[in-house]
Write a protein that binds this ligand. Structure first.
Ligand code: GTP
Ligand code: MN
Ligand code: MN
Length: 615
């Protein structure tokens, strides 16, 4: 039986959709990749049960003890397939210039030819899953559809957690078409790149040494090959909701950002909404579910990774979280650092990848309470607390439904989103960057974002702990020329009423003292910084002006009940002119990369900074 006949049979048998464009694309992919079967995902509980059972059968999943973690699974990846592969990620715009100096580029036709070669027959012996999904709300004014085709059941199961998917999405596309609208959808093709010959046994984590994560921005299309890891393979997330969406946002005048969204309510009942961009593994998921340590303040979560923000009719910047789940870094997550994430996870229905498995059928990772006497490491080896190796990969992740989060704000379900009052940029810096700094205005805030720097983490393959510029925490995710992206940010400020736009702040939870310890306790205590930020919005909190912006005036940061001296707080807030002068050449070198594509106002901001440091 050839795949062509088989796919046609499958298509007509289950008549999953009448949408010709989708049928044609799925058929074309099937002809190229030659799967044994095609499965159109419904998103039902029965389908979840079947898929998870089949993943247990191939050894990809181990079912956790239902009494401790119901309907949840442990997965261990191939040890080489554990993170986003930035050096294998391409923006294939027609013109190289449009990918800019921060992205890998190849001519789109050349890339397609190369990848068609890789895709030819690559799904042999496997099932091809067709996943209709929507990022954001199904009843949004313009729903953001996608169709992911993948040969990975692991990806399919994870997509069900992370995105609204299934038959409802297909029906909505058809409905809109029938109504004479032209619903756009992003074709997203994924293969692990490991066909099976007849009789060949599968492995627990199929993947390929050759990997390509490719965005075609003009065609709004994604092709991914060789990896099963979340950021490379769950194509609704980084590939669509950031790389492709950032291009749509540029064209349509909105913002697609690597930001959490939270709702903060003061003891007086005043509500504010904050979005924050920190690079991968720098604290977004932690802050999104923050449990304030200051009395009377509450935080509710709206999103932990991605924000789509549009100027509303009222001139304010409205944000939605396009995702449906949390894909969080496991190590370091515990009852102290993120109690709400722990509570969310414990409700089950989750997938844990590259953490340790305990003898009682639970998961464990570094930083979690109740260290087990023994466990099986993510590499499948016996592990004890005395082992030299870590039990879990540093970028191991939990994948859990957002609806299980008990502090999810009701506004999460509102397709209009929430009006953002403050934007925080932040990175992981041992020195230089104060705990919190307020930008003087939108352009200064854009400068802060454009020069954001952070020490690299395990979330991407490569060296860890190296300081690099990560503009708006979007370095790996800007789907076009970053110089144009900065221009787009400047433009949002220019084209809109500054008084209605969010105020911009720069935070750093990671500054260290001479003893090498963090100067600021972080986590729940970050509520004190949020309080200062909120109080700045209406001018309640006092600030001092420094060359780099406004920092809290002595006594204005609420440190009541905190085990820190005034000196320690001062050290966390200090602006050291020498440290900042040392940044200048790095910023110049960074800006020079963009040549004439860098908006001139950013050079002016740098000049202002220099003048203020020397003034
Ligand atoms: P992605 O999901 O990869 O985009 O990253 P993220 O920004 O959501 O990162 P996450 O919240 O998972 O950050 C995890 C890391 O940041 C862990 O190492 C935490 O210990 C550390 N972290 C988070 N918040 C704080 C904080 O306030 N202080 C300190 N010192 N560390 C923090
Ligand atoms: Mn992220
Ligand atoms: Mn996160």
């Amino acid at each position: 039986m050839t795949a062509t006949i088989d796919s046609q049979t499958t298509l007509s048998d289950s008549t999953p959709t009448t949408h010709e464009g989708i049928l044609a694309w799925v058929t074309e992919v099937a002809e190229l990749t030659q799967p044994d079967r095609i499965h159109w995902c419904t998103g039902s509980d029965e389908e979840w049960a079947e898929l998870t059972a089949s993943l247990e059968a191939t050894g990809t999943f181990t079912r956790l003890n239902p009494e401790v973690m119901p309907n949840s699974f442990h997965a261990a990846s191939d040890p080489t397939d554990v993170a986003r592969v930035e050096d294998r990620t391409y923006i294939c715009s027609r013109a190289e210039r449009d990918a800019g100096p921060t992205n890998n580029w190849m001519d789109p036709e050349q890339m397609k030819e190369l990848m068609r070669g890789l895709y030819a027959g690559c799904m042999r012996g496997r099932t091809m899953y067709v996943i209709p999904f929507v990022m954001g709300h199904l009843d949004a004014e313009k729903p953001m559809f996608g169709i992911e085709v993948t040969d990975s059941a692991y990806v399919t199961v994870s997509m069900r957690v992370m995105a609204r998917m299934g038959t409802d999405v297909l029906r909505r596309i058809e409905e809109l078409e029938a109504a004479g609208e032209d619903p756009q959808w992003v074709p997203a093709l994924h293969s692990v790149g490991m066909p099976l010959e007849p009789g060949q046994a599968d492995v627990a984590w199929p993947c390929n040494d050759t990997k390509y994560i490719v965005q075609f921005p003009e065609e709004r299309m994604i092709w991914s090959f060789g990896s099963g890891y979340g950021g490379n393979a769950l194509l609704g997330k980084k590939c669509y909701a950031l790389r492709i969406a950032s291009v749509m946002a540029r064209d349509e005048g909105w913002l697609a950002e690597h930001m959490l969204i939270l709702k903060l309510t003061s003891p007086q009942g005043v509500t504010k909404y904050v979005a924050a961009a920190f690079p991968s593994a720098c604290g977004k998921t932690n802050l999104a579910m923050l449990k304030p340590t200051i009395p009377g303040w509450t935080v509710e979560a709206i999103g932990d990774d991605i924000a789509w923000m549009r100027i509303g009719e009222d001139g304010r910047l409205w944000a939605v979280n396009p995702e449906f789940g949390f894909f969080g870094v496991a190590p370091g997550t515990n009852e102290h650092t993120n109690p709400h994430a722990m509570e969310t996870i414990r409700k089950g229905n989750s997938v844990f990848t590259n953490v340790a498995l305990t003898p009682d059928g639970n998961v464990w990772w570094e930083g979690l309470e109740n260290t087990p006497a023994e466990a099986t490491s993510w590499k499948g080896e016996p592990w004890t607390p005395d082992s030299d190796e870590l039990s879990s990969h540093a970028n191991s992740r939990y994948c859990t439904p957002i609806k299980q989060c008990s502090i999810l704000a009701d506004e999460y379900d509102d397709p209009r989103g929430v009006p953002i009052d403050a934007i925080l940029f932040g990175g992981r810096r041992k020195t230089t960057i104060p705990l919190v700094t307020e930008a003087r205005d939108w352009n200064h805030g854009t400068f802060m974002g454009a020069t954001l720097s952070s020490e690299t983490t395990a979330a991407a393959v490569g060296a860890v702990g190296v300081v690099r510029r990560d503009p708006m925490a979007m370095l790996p995710f800007i789907g076009y020329n970053a110089g144009d992206y900065f221009g787009h940010w400047v433009g949002i400020g220019k084209d809109n009423d500054a008084a209605k736009l969010p105020k911009i702040f720069y935070v750093n939870w990671f500054r260290r003292g001479e003893d090498g310890d963090f100067l600021w306790p972080g986590f729940g205590e970050n509520s004190r910084v949020l309080k200062w930020v909120i109080e700045r919005l209406d001018g309640q909190a006092a600030a001092v002006e420094t060359p780099v912006g406004h920092v809290p005036a002595p006594g204005s940061l609420d440190i009541d009940g905190l085990d820190l001296t005034e000196e320690q707080v001062a050290a966390a807030l200090a602006v050291d002119a020498d440290e900042w002068r040392a940044e200048i050449p790095q910023i110049e070198e960074w800006f020079e990369k963009f040549g004439d594509d860098l908006p001139a106002v950013l050079w002016s901001e740098l000049d202002t900074l220099k003048a203020r440091l020397d003034g």
